[in-house]
Ligand binder design. Structure first.
Ligand SMILES: [Zn+2]
Length: 137
């Protein structure tokens, strides 16, 4: 499905959209910091793009809950909750060390978006190709 994110100021730059298109082809699992790092946009912009995909039902969105004592734990080892469920009610059990976690101060949060289908972000170049043909000399 084609998605237009050019209204998000950072993505009025077609080079960033090209980078993003390559990223979604190779990474069906997307995290906001990964999108921000790849494209040079802010975390807020990255989150805006990913939440747009969620609104369009193109991704499944998860809140990742990391036990703070394992700062290097990979996303696969975090507690994964559907984003629509909000934040966890404590206590929870750490999936990694199986310890009981009593308070929000003992965790950090992340977000994970998993693509349901192929996504292509459109650029103005796509329109030019269709509407104007070759504009080079
Ligand atoms: Zn733990």
């Amino acid at each position: 499905m084609q998605v237009d994110i050019r209204k998000i100021p950072c993505f009025s730059d077609r080079n960033r959209i090209a980078v993003l298109n390559r990223l979604v082809v190779t990474n069906p699992d997307l995290m906001p910091h990964q999108v921000a790092a790849a494209t040079g946009c802010t975390l807020e912009d990255a989150m805006q793009v990913l939440m747009l995909l969620y609104d369009l039902h193109l991704v499944e969105a998860f809140t990742l809950v990391y036990h703070s004592v394992h700062p290097d734990a990979p996303p696969a080892q975090a507690l994964r909750m559907d984003i629509s469920d909000g934040l966890p009610s404590f206590p929870i059990q750490c999936p990694l060390c199986e310890e009981k976690i009593d308070s929000p101060s003992e965790v950090t949060y992340g977000f994970l978006f998993v693509l349901n289908e192929d996504v292509q972000f459109v650029t103005e170049t796509d329109e030019l190709t269709v509407n104007c043909g070759n504009e080079d000399e």
